[in-house]
Design a protein around this ligand. Structure first.
Ligand SMILES: CCCCCC/C=C\CCCCCCCCCC(=O)SCCNC(=O)CCNC(=O)[C@H](O)C(C)(C)COP(=O)(O)OP(=O)(O)OC[C@H]1O[C@@H](n2cnc3c(N)ncnc32)[C@H](O)[C@@H]1OP(=O)(O)O
Ligand SMILES: CCCCCCCC/C=C\CCCCCCCC(=O)OC[C@@H](O)COP(=O)(O)O
Length: 210
């Protein structure tokens, strides 16, 4: 149902690299998060047996919260690192036992400023604890067709690329920072390439067509 919103809003998706989802067993998928429109982009490529990590507040959004709960969304309290860590370490075991993929937005919040925010480390701890690969997914910038501050919302094209899995076998907790940084720089480069933006873009990034 969520996927059909793309026809209503005139959004087109151009997807590359779906074959990279064909890993054996569970994995952690990380992607950039610009707006609620990402829910349409999520449904566009969602692999089987995949659950998302979401902020706890979404659970209280009436029917939407109920559907997310029934869909297996893992809720975390972002205001409490210790709570989030406890939940996430339970997830590492469950994803192995039940063969599920976990989708995390490592920026930790929506961000439509034409760049990626620094990544939080939860997704990378999770992948290392479970010793499963990380699959980065990048959505191009929405800023040429969607910008609430400028009251802009027209039809547009979103490029999506599923990147090659990054293995974590043999990595330990002390490798988290390195892994996070590697994943961040690969995704940031891809974000700029897919969005047609210069790589030093920051904050006020605009596409060349604009
Ligand atoms: C009728 C209508 C129908 C509609 C139907 C419904 C429609 C659709 C269904 C949709 C499907 C649902 C989609 C849901 C999407 C939801 C999107 C969101 O909510 S995004 C926001 C929530 N997500 C996140 O925040 C994830 C990313 N965040 C993290 O990973 C964070 O790291 C954290 C939350 C786990 C902790 O954050 P924070 O407290 O800010 O801390 P950090 O700076 O990251 O870390 C602090 C230190 O702790 C260490 N750390 C972190 N995690 C762990 C861990 N698991 N184990 C051990 N240690 C950990 C970290 O390394 C830091 O220490 P340092 O010494 O600095 O390294
Ligand atoms: C005008 C845009 C309309 C778009 C319609 C999209 C179709 C989707 C329809 C219903 C789906 C509702 C699913 C709700 C899931 C919300 C996920 C979300 O985006 O949560 C915000 C959270 O990540 C970060 O929170 P903050 O940025 O820190 O606060």
């Amino acid at each position: 149902m969520v996927k059909t919103f793309k026809y209503i809003y005139g959004l087109r998706f151009e997807t590359k690299g779906l074959e990279n989802f064909q890993v054996e067993g569970p994995c952690v998928i990380v992607s950039n998060h610009q707006s609620i429109l990402d829910m349409i982009g999520l449904m566009e490529i969602l692999p089987d047996n995949c659950v998302q990590i979401g902020k706890k507040e979404l659970l209280y959004m009436g029917p939407v919260g109920l559907i997310m709960y029934l869909g297996g969304v893992i809720f975390i309290n972002r205001k409490s690192t210790s709570n989030a860590k406890t939940v996430m370490s339970g997830v590492a075991q469950t994803m192995l036992d039940e063969n599920v993929k976990v989708w995390v937005y490592p920026e930790g919040t929506r961000n439509g400023n034409g760049d990626l925010l620094p990544f939080k480390k939860g997704a990378f701890h999770l992948a290392i604890q479970a010793q499963v690969p990380i699959i980065p997914v990048v959505y191009s910038s929405f800023s040429s067709f969607y910008n609430p501050a400028k009251k802009l919302f027209i039809s547009g094209k979103i490029r999506v690329e599923v990147l090659q899995p990054i293995e974590t076998k043999g990595l330990k907790a002390e490798d988290v920072a390195d892994l996070t940084e590697r994943c961040y720089s690969t995704m940031r480069e891809t974000f700029f390439r897919l969005s047609g933006l210069a790589s030093e873009a920051n904050g006020s990034a605009q596409s060349p067509q604009q």
